[in-house]
Ligand binder design. Sequence first.
Ligand code: ZN
Length: 146
Amino acid sequence: MRELSDFDEMYQEVIIDHYKNPRNKSKLPNFTDEVMSHNPFCGDEIELQLNIKDNVIIDVSVSGRGCAISQSSGSLLGETIAGKTVIEAKNDNNSMRALLKDENLSEEQFDSLDDSTVIEGVKKFPVRIKCALLSWSALNDILNKY
Ligand code: ZN
């Protein structure tokens, strides 16, 4: 995992943990939305399923294959948005993009992203930003319908 060598050690640990033990990987028996995203650059795939009821994301499934950044970012995304409203998840999505553009986030935005902020270090590797945002793009595709 050469791409992780410049990450802070603490961040590396979280990213590797989510890569090796992805959360919310099981497919949902009931879901309202499903999107498959693909990053041709390094062959990453993310399949995102959401179960949205009354504008709240009550269940999340994130699965896929690919590089450590894409897969751990997806796993972290699931934990970040589970239980949130569509509006809150849209805000997180915008915050995540701002974070990777090196824009300043408010404390509230930062807190809302929770552990997903560990992905921030990827901004040092522009070519990897697409990997980090693959799952967030899938989320965008779904939330745009709401
Ligand atoms: Zn990748």
